[in-house]
Write a protein that binds this ligand. Structure first.
Ligand code: HEC
Length: 312
């Protein structure tokens, strides 16, 4: 960096005090000064890159006042409430029930394997039972045929549709996206997912939605291809929690955030452990450095002139 600046501006920027040292450096330096054309080209490249960066930042953060879109409010999610916060695992478990009984009819969760539920939402036996309930396509067998078999812990949650075309055909042309990483794939994350699920209402006067579409002010554009999926008491929770619409939406959102960040709690645990260990090590290394440097720092160097030559 300093070398490039030096070549671009000669020594005008880098020279702090008028002295002969920079001149001497120039005299002995093998670096060639840049030609005028090269200087101009690199300067304009730098200005253009900086300008493009500022423009992108401004576009990203501009107020999108023209949008027909309501921005979701901020909700207090357990997992983002503090530095060492963790998932509410009871809620994640209920969220799995919501996904399995409601969303799984249309949305895949193709990056989640049943083994990942073990120790997070289910015990090993429960997760095995969940996997066995699902029929997984396997094969080819000895006769070259594909067959269905009960799932194992190592299997991934099966998709509702074999491919995108089938999914679109069944949903009026709209494609229900895979939900594994959905909270990270949308602006507003969990707040947005919760708002989408609870935000259905009648279209305001003057707004018409087409056949097969539904009005949801949180969805960009307002017309979403997914009908309202969650209603009060649409399923019954196995732990007896009252299944209101907002409870269902909160739990499934928590679950979908967990599917995208299954290692979150382990990471937080490692952070806590490493901070405890590091803080001990910092104190210790401070002491060790002082100890090792003490004889260098307290050293005094004297100039002892040689004895004068003996007089003859
Ligand atoms: C009847 C099928 C169906 C069911 C059931 C369903 N969805 Fe959808 N979902 C869709 C379709 C179709 C889309 C695509 C909508 C569009 O692009 O207009 C979609 C889109 C979405 C989106 C993405 C919105 C966006 O910003 O692109 C999310 C999130 C979502 N669904 C969550 C859920 C959750 C959570 C459940 C379960 C509570 C659920 N869906 C149940 C059909 C369904």
């Amino acid at each position: 960096m300093a070398a490039s600046l030096g070549r671009l501006y000669g020594n005008r920027l880098l020279k702090l005090k008028p002295s002969s040292i920079p001149k001497q450096i120039c005299l002995y330096s093998t670096a060639q000064p840049w030609t005028k054309g090269r200087k101009a080209m690199l300067t304009s490249l730098g200005v253009l890159t900086g300008g493009a960066g500022v423009l992108l930042y401004a576009l990203e953060n501009s107020v999108k006042a023209g949008d027909l879109e309501l921005h979701p409010p901020k909700y207090p999610w357990d997992v983002t409430s503090g530095l060492f916060s963790t998932f509410d695992h009871a809620s994640v478990r209920r969220g799995y029930e919501v996904y399995k009984n409601v969303c799984a009819a249309c949305h895949s969760l193709q990056f989640v394997a049943y083994r990942e539920l073990v120790g997070q939402t289910h015990t090993e036996e429960e997760a095995k039972a969940e996997a066995e309930e699902a029929m997984i396509e396997d094969g080819p067998d000895a006769e070259g045929k594909y067959f269905k078999r009960p799932g194992k812990l190592s299997d991934y949650i099966p998709k509702p549709y074999p491919n995108e075309e089938a999914a679109r055909a069944a949903n009026n042309g709209a494609y229900p996206p895979d939900l594994t990483y959905i909270t990270m794939a949308r602006h507003g994350g969990q707040d947005y997912i919760f708002s989408i699920l609870t935000g259905y209402c009648d279209a305001p006067a003057g707004v018409t939605v087409q056949e097969g579409q539904h009005y949801n002010p949180y969805f960009p554009g307002g017309a979403i291809g997914m009908a309202q999926a969650l209603y009060n008491e649409i399923i019954e929770y196995s732990d007896g929690t009252p299944a209101t619409q907002s409870q269902l939406a909160k739990d499934v959102t928590n679950f979908l955030h967990w599917t995208g960040n299954p290692d979150h709690d382990t990471r937080m645990l490692y952070l806590l452990k490493s901070m405890i260990i590091m803080s001990v090590l910092v104190g210790w290394s401070f002491y060790w450095k002082r100890f090792k440097w003490s004889n260098l720092k307290t050293r005094k160097i004297f100039f002892k002139p040689p004895p004068p030559p003996p007089k003859v």
